[in-house]
Design a protein around this ligand. Structure first.
Ligand code: SF4
Length: 346
């Protein structure tokens, strides 16, 4: 079977009308709402994004409020979502909207893509969903669905494969471009699932799908990973006083998790003697060291393998910022990686 992509448009749109989920940012198709949700969805699944989205919108209901927020408060609001440069870019883009577009979001793909942090996918999603512009929005879900439908064994991680799929979709893009793009993504989220788990019996595209016909759903999409991931071992210290104050420090202004706070830590796994030496160098009088937990955190190109220790100290010192658990929760953005080390009772 040769898939004719034109044939997927109608069944897909019909399926979407019946099956689309009620999502908070779908209610009004407001471009600010769609923008924020799309950036959040780039790193987290829909169900998890909902609570972040509500919290964000409660604090920052308008582009203006986003442009004006203090960066540290913004990072706190973004805590747990990871990829903190995305939060910073949101603020930068909001500032551009205030300064160059009179506080109103740009309405075309060409203008949207010039904004900090808005790439082809996000510009396409906003322009099509909110302004019905006939542009594509191709994310991982769409790459998977289309590769399966046409039976393509090309590597979906290659930019040229994405370009080809964008071109094919552009040719069949209906007037309801926003619905069509969302329908493809929704089908990828709900039915044409990754990792060999598509639920083809529920799929409106079954009759048009080469991968289904040829029993290739396990093989497609093809993803050839070339990047070798870096692995880093770390010893992380939860330094605590008798009054339960915890030591944190600000990370460098550049690099991974820049500008966020962290628990004091060192590269590699420390032996007990090495730990004591390091803690003495930090001018701390140690009362007790106990092993807390091991944790792993996965970033884009690097994995951290952490051994975490609780260190009870006699008193605070000036090297670190000493905060209560409440203050830490309320005020200081602490990346999820370090939160994994905080498995203690109060
Ligand atoms: S028939 Fe199966 S593999 Fe093909 S698009 Fe539908 S869910 Fe995906």
């Amino acid at each position: 079977m040769q898939a004719d992509l034109q044939n997927i448009v109608e069944p897909l749109l019909k399926w979407y009308q019946k099956n689309k989920r009620e999502l908070p940012w779908r209610k009004d198709k407001d471009s600010y709402h769609v923008w924020i949700s799309e950036i959040m969805l780039q790193q987290t699944r829909i169900e998890a994004v909902k609570s972040y989205y509500h919290r964000f919108m409660k604090e920052l209901p308008t582009v203006k409020s986003l442009a004006n927020i203090d960066e540290e408060e913004l990072l706190k609001l973004w805590e747990g979502l990871g990829y903190y440069s995305r939060a910073r870019n949101l603020k930068k883009a909001a500032t551009v909207v205030m300064q160059q577009y009179d506080g109103k979001m740009p309405t075309t793909y060409q203008d949207l893509i010039k904004m900090p942090g808005i790439g082809e996918y996000t510009a396409g999603a906003i322009a099509s969903i909110c302004f019905n512009e006939k542009v594509t929005a191709v994310d991982g879900n769409v790459l998977r669905v289309i590769s399966r439908v046409v039976g393509s064994t090309k590597d979906v991680l290659l930019p040229e494969t994405k370009k080809e799929i964008e071109k094919d979709l552009k040719e069949i893009m209906p007037e309801q471009s926003g619905d069509f793009n969302e329908a493809l993504m929704e089908l990828g989220e709900l039915v044409c699932l990754p990792n060999g788990g598509p639920e083809c019996e529920k799929c409106p595209l079954q009759k048009n799908c080469v991968a289904y016909e040829k029993n290739l759903t396990q093989e497609i999409p093809v993803r050839i990973k070339k990047v070798k991931r870096k692995q880093e071992e770390k010893t992380v210290f939860l330094l605590m006083t008798e009054s339960y104050k915890i030591a944190i420090e600000k990370r460098m202004e550049k690099g991974l998790l820049s500008g966020m706070y962290q628990l004091p830590n060192g590269k590699g796994y420390y032996k007990e003697e090495e730990m004591k030496e390091l803690l003495t160098n930090w001018n701390l009088k140690v009362k007790q060291i106990s092993f807390l937990t091991e944790a792993k955190h996965v970033f884009t190109h690097i994995d951290w393998y952490m051994k975490c220790y609780l260190v009870m100290v006699e008193q605070e010192n000036s090297r670190f910022l000493w905060v209560s658990q409440e203050e830490l929760k309320e005020k200081y953005p602490l990346p999820t990686a370090f939160q994994k080390c905080m498995k203690i009772g109060k």
